[in-house]
Design a protein around this ligand. Structure first.
Ligand code: 6R9
Length: 631
């Protein structure tokens, strides 16, 4: 890889970038040949701000591109998925085996009445059946909506209902830190409020699975009678491949919709450009399929490239902190793609755990989900990669479909700066601007924007056009605004500084403060609440909640615990408040807006700055006192 002959000269990369921006239709039309199409498009791009259509009237099938085309060549017997369970159990599926399972499950879906365009919810642990279910949906043109298996019954129901899913695919249990988590119990609770679900399919891993007659089925049973082949449905390129819900600034999650053609082209090409992926690679992206990284870079792009992927169910530090390194050694992983929060945790366990294993197969490392702090970067580079493996810090979002700011190390050995995701990628016209959209000079903090459409861009929000425009296109005129602060340095490197909205980044997961507040307020004891993020050494940020109690409820430790538990149960463990503070009043502006900025400064022990807009100063004094009592 480091031989140099794979690299194109820097001038060439720059001229490719220039061409991609100057003539996107020609450029992306060429790139789209990385996929097999049933029918070529009539037009590459139609762009009416803020809606882009790519590869119009082109027809393709995502599942065919990820599976069928590989069994027609010498990848037929190559490992597609190497699966490891937490307890060391291992399953390997070749491309042919994946093809067989996906076909059968596509037929199972048909037999359950699923048709092209229908929505199918997937609530599953990291097991091969999760990828099989996604690909089977794609095969028949059904739109999947994967819900992270750590989400609660309410969160699951809300997402199922918004998408009006017909069928739910799940599993009876999942394994985490040696424990069996009862998914069936959560699903049963959710389904009490999901009128659109006709059928549920369970992957059975426990012996005492009780099914409801006529509604629930067992995966293996249905597979027994299924046909071996289902013709992949060629869909128009702008047919939605999936919906994935992500946190926004209101209590309701946003259903991000991705296309089939544009998404597949963009993720496949960014996988190649970032890692220079080849047939020798064993690619391990540790993300869960419940997040976008699991969609783009665990399932779709690597399989479209015919890559061998590692899929792992469980915690990467269980049963001991060497687990992640053991898996890399065992399967000869060549590329590890993980999150800064994981790196910081592994760093805390110490390098002796890393040194116990032979990691010489690794050739590249990746980071995603939040800014990586230079200390973690250095440790990752020196201890894990032995100064041999470049670190691809990839900035992107659920909405962008694939990497948008990243080093294209697969084709060019550009110099890295720890903590910077380097430059806007090929075909991405990004900038840092002030609130009026004016480009800022180097080292000035501003909003990150993307000024042009790219094939991986979201098509919109599920049945919510007004919110799509308001959330991404109204802050800066004619620009896509990801709501992240950034600076561009004097060499043109981009540094992402964190969210510019009310969204927290807890261990790389997006959590809307409004979502947590919404849950708290639904508890009878709570009159009002404000949630902010407090910096945390491992998780990056943790939620802290300020709560005003209703009359009749007292400031008691038990009530705090109850509320913490309530959020955990209602939203899922990742949203659990790190602490709750009871206060009599929240600081508000005269127009009644909660001043979270002040709460944040109070918790950080910082100067409060301008308090002229505050309605009542006593709220601040009271919170100060509460905080000092807490310490
Ligand atoms: C892929 C993913 C998106 C938000 C994004 C930003 C943060 C992601 C980052 C990064 C700095 C990186 N983020 N990658 N910040 N450097 N390399 O994480 O998608 O869950 O939608 O989160 O994550 O704040 O806006 P998603």
């Amino acid at each position: 890889m480091k031989s140099g002959d794979k690299y194109i000269p820097l001038e060439k990369l720059n001229s490719i970038k220039k061409e991609a921006l100057e003539n996107p239709e020609k450029f992306w039309g060429e790139q789209a040949k990385c996929l097999d199409w049933n029918k070529t498009w009539d037009k590459v791009l139609e762009w009416h701000v803020p809606y882009a259509k790519w590869f119009i009237n082109g027809r393709l099938n995502a599942c065919y591109n990820c599976v069928d085309r590989h069994i027609l060549n010498n990848r037929r017997n190559k490992a597609a998925i190497i699966w490891e369970g937490e307890n060391g159990e291992c399953r390997i599926l070749t491309y042919y085996e994946l093809y067989r399972e996906v076909n059968k499950f596509a037929n199972v879906l048909q037999n359950l009445g699923v048709e092209t365009g229908d929505r199918v919810a997937i609530y599953m642990p990291m097991i091969p059946e999760a990828a099989i279910a996604m690909l089977a949906c794609a095969r028949i043109g059904a739109i999947h909506s994967v819900v992270f298996s750590g989400f609660s019954a309410d969160a699951l129901a809300e997402r199922i209902n918004d998408a009006e899913a017909k069928v739910l695919i799940t599993s009876d249990i999942l394994y985490r830190r040696g424990k069996k988590i009862d998914l069936k119990g959560i699903v049963d609770k959710a389904l009490l409020n999901c009128p659109t679900i006709n059928h549920t399919v369970y992957v059975k891993r426990n012996n005492d699975l009780k099914l409801m007659e006529g509604r629930d089925y067992c995966w293996d049973e249905l597979m027994k009678g299924a046909k071996n082949y289902v013709e992949p449905v060629p869909v128009e390129a702008n047919h939605p491949l999936f919906i994935l819900y992500t946190s926004g600034t209101t209590g309701k999650p946003k259903g991000v919709v991705h296309s089939t053609g544009g998404f597949m082209v963009y993720t496949t090409k960014t996988l190649e450009w970032t890692w220079g992926i080849n047939d020798m690679d064993v690619f391990w992206c540790t993300a869960d399929i419940g997040w976008i990284t699991g969609h783009s870079y665990v399932v779709y792009a690597p399989l479209a490239c015919g890559t061998t992927i590692v899929m792992y169910e469980g915690a990467i530090d269980y049963p001991n902190p060497g687990r992640i390194w053991e898996i890399i050694e065992k399967h000869g992983v060549t590329i590890l793609y993980t999150a800064p929060t994981a790196i910081r945790m592994l760093m805390m366990y110490g390098e002796e755990w890393v040194k116990k294993y032979n990691l010489s197969t690794l050739r590249m490392l990746g980071s995603v989900g939040e800014p990586i702090n230079p200390r973690a970067w250095k440790w990752y580079y020196e201890v894990v990669g032995q100064k041999r493996c470049p670190i691809c810090d990839c900035y992107w979002q659920t909405e962008t479909g694939g990497h948008v700011i990243y080093p294209p190390i697969g084709i060019q050995d550009i110099p890295l700066k720890p903590g910077s995701a380097t430059f806007p990628g090929i075909g991405i016209d990004a900038d840092v601007v002030d609130e009026y959209g004016n480009s800022l000079p180097p080292n000035k903090r501003g909003l990150l924007v993307i000024k042009n459409p790219w094939p991986g861009m979201l098509m919109g929000l599920w049945k919510n056009d007004a919110r799509y425009r308001a959330a991404y296109w109204e802050r800066i005129k004619n620009c896509y605004c990801p709501s992240d602060y950034a600076i561009k340095d004097e060499d043109g490197y981009f540094w992402i500084l964190g969210r510019a909205d009310e969204v927290l980044n807890v261990a790389g997961h997006r959590i809307g403060t409004a979502e947590v507040e919404h849950v708290l307020i639904s508890h009878p004891a709570v009159a009002e609440s404000a949630v902010i993020g407090k910096p945390d050494d491992i998780k990056g940020e943790v939620p802290v909640a300020f709560v005003v109690l209703n009359k009749g409820y007292q400031n008691k430790k038990e009530l705090k615990e109850e509320l913490i538990h309530y959020v955990k149960e209602t939203m899922g463990p990742i949203a659990t408040p790190h602490m709750i503070l009871f206060v009599n009043k929240l600081p508000k502006t005269r127009s009644g807006k909660i001043m979270r900025r002040i709460l944040k400064k109070l918790i950080m022990g910082e100067e409060l700055g301008d308090l002229s807009t505050i309605e009542d100063n006593t709220s601040v004094d009271e919170i100060r006192k509460e905080l000092s009592d807490f310490k």
